[in-house]
Ligand binder design. Structure first.
Ligand SMILES: *[C@@H]1O[C@H](CO)[C@@H](O)[C@H](O)[C@H]1NC(C)=O
Ligand SMILES: *[C@@H]1O[C@H](CO)[C@@H](O)[C@H](O)[C@H]1NC(C)=O
Ligand SMILES: *[C@@H]1O[C@H](CO)[C@@H](O)[C@H](O)[C@H]1NC(C)=O
Ligand SMILES: *[C@@H]1O[C@H](CO)[C@@H](O)[C@H](O)[C@H]1NC(C)=O
Ligand SMILES: *[C@@H]1O[C@H](CO)[C@@H](O)[C@H](O)[C@H]1NC(C)=O
Ligand SMILES: *[C@@H]1O[C@H](CO)[C@@H](O)[C@H](O)[C@H]1NC(C)=O
Ligand SMILES: *[C@@H]1O[C@H](CO)[C@@H](O)[C@H](O)[C@H]1NC(C)=O
Length: 410
């Protein structure tokens, strides 16, 4: 399954359409208001550069957005299809030529607490993650992206509570299910259980668990990214929400031409290269006491910089930050902490680099200040510059169940 011939074969079977990026359109999942489409014109003043173009209702408390080609998917938190149910709902949108979008399909996510969606590298499988129901569901997708009945719903279990305070580690909390960009693997970080599960997804009728990695107690693994390096060696960046630490793993495939079933397990090697604080240079892992809660991570398109959002849940006055690292993919310690820049708001649950090659802008969804802030990004230093867009969705919301959850660029 790892040879370049089989990869070409697989790619030729895909039916995802490529569309050009449009760094002038942003989509926001807002818990109270729905899925918002905003236009961005940086030639206008920061207070006027973002304009709301449309609003689409997509279930109770939308929490995540995933785009593939011309299609857009969102997941709502719970109450799908109505108040009599607790499952999350998955919604499929079609982007319209005028930049707007409309819902054309929806289905239950088979678990409460929808927080994440991703699609497999061939665009034919959708994974949804339900943090409160402790499940991940897989859905085959038709050629037009229509959602078929779930093929799997994996249930996660906790053997014993973790050290995280409050409700952070009293049950299994899968927080994402992420597909490898060039191998048939899927990774599920479980924030409640301090685990990462790795699946072989080469046969969508027979998805098998390959590994069950135990992480340090109190890590709280939340999200991860695997850059597409186009070769057999790859790196995985895992974000610990509770210990505010980025873990860098190398993923190696020692027998790339193994085609037999289960072969991936014998040849997949996962090794920890580095762990590094999101809060300060050479800072320690934090205790899992919910004061700081790392939110999201993203790599620049040129693979030179990594960004992580820091959410401080204690201080209401102090604005939150993005941590910026330089990245050297060929080093055995790929990350170097460069510094912090303000997100000009509180609780940056999610952010996105703009979709142009240079990633000229960074859009941040600040959940508690209930706003969207767009900043310039310096592609040479990696640091953020001035605010060029500022859109308020509603009043400050300390409950965190009203404001924006995710933002992506077309
Ligand atoms: C909720 O949805 C179910 C299934 O579609 C339907 O049977 C039921 O009548 C709905 N209940 C309400 C209160 O709308
Ligand atoms: C999908 O699930 C629904 C409801 O359980 C069922 O009626 C339908 O036959 C299923 N479709 C397929 C293709 O299995
Ligand atoms: C969790 O428990 C259920 C029920 O016993 C079991 O079917 C499932 O495989 C378990 N999940 C994992 C990831 O071990
Ligand atoms: C995969 O390999 C690991 C480590 O060698 C082993 O513990 C696990 O049982 C294997 N899983 C399968 C499905 O073969
Ligand atoms: C993962 O490993 C733990 C500890 O080794 C074990 O208790 C648990 O059952 C395993 N889960 C799966 C799905 O293999
Ligand atoms: C955003 O706009 C509001 C209202 O004009 C203003 O009070 C706030 O300071 C602005 N924030 C930033 C980061 O520019
Ligand atoms: C971002 O952080 C760098 C390093 O501390 C600093 O030089 C730069 O001025 C900051 N950007 C803004 C907009 O404050």
């Amino acid at each position: 399954m790892h040879s370049s011939i089989s990869r070409l074969f697989t790619l030729s079977l895909t039916c995802a359409t490529l569309v050009e990026s449009n760094p002038r359109i942003l989509r926001v999942a807002h818990q109270e208001r729905g899925i918002l489409t905003l236009g961005f014109d940086p030639s206008n003043e920061p207070g006027e550069s973002l304009q709301l173009l449309s609003t689409t209702q997509a279930g109770y408390r939308p929490g995540w957005l995933h785009a593939i080609g011309n299609r857009l998917y969102s997941i709502s938190r719970t109450h799908f299809p109505n108040d009599s149910f607790v499952d999350a709902g998955i919604f499929k949108f079609e982007k319209l030529p005028n930049g707007l979008s409309e819902i054309i399909d929806s289905t239950s996510s088979h678990g409460e607490g929808g927080v994440h969606l991703d699609t497999s590298r061939d665009g034919r499988t959708l994974a949804s993650t339900n943090i409160d129901g402790s499940t991940v569901s897989l859905f085959p997708l038709g050629c037009s992206g229509d959602i078929h009945n779930a093929s799997y719903t994996f249930q996660y279990n906790l053997t014993q509570p973790g050290p995280g305070t409050g409700h952070s580690q009293i049950q299994s909390n899968p927080h994402a299910a992420v597909f490898h960009p060039s191998e048939d693997l899927m990774f599920v970080p479980d924030r409640g259980a301090d685990r990462m599960y790795i699946y072989d997804v080469s046969n969508t009728q027979d998805v098998t668990l390959l590994r069950n990695m135990t992480l340090l107690p109190g890590t709280g693994p939340r999200h991860l990214i695997i850059p597409d390096l186009g070769n057999e060696q790859s790196l995985l960046f895992l974000l610990g929400e509770l210990d505010n630490t980025v873990y860098v793993y190398s993923l190696g495939f020692s027998h790339p031409d193994t085609l037999s079933r289960g072969g991936a397990n014998e040849t997949l090697q996962v090794a920890l290269l580095q762990s590094i604080s999101t809060l300060s240079r050479d800072g320690p892992r934090t205790e899992p006491i919910n004061e700081d809660l790392a939110g999201e991570l993203e790599l620049s398109a040129d693979h030179k910089f990594l960004y992580v959002s820091n959410r401080n849940a204690v201080s209401a006055e102090q604005l939150d930050t993005l941590a910026i690292y330089s990245v050297d993919l060929s080093s055995s310690t790929p990350l170097q902490f460069l510094g912090l820049n303000s997100t000009h708001g509180k609780i940056p649950r999610h952010f996105s680099l703009s979709s142009d090659d240079q990633n000229r802008y960074v859009a941040v969804a600040n959940q508690v200040t209930n706003d969207l802030v767009v900043m310039e990004r310096n592609a040479h230093t990696g640091f953020l510059g001035r605010v060029v867009g500022n859109f308020t969705f509603g009043p400050l919301d300390l409950t965190t169940d009203k404001g924006p959850m995710a933002v992506i660029w077309d």
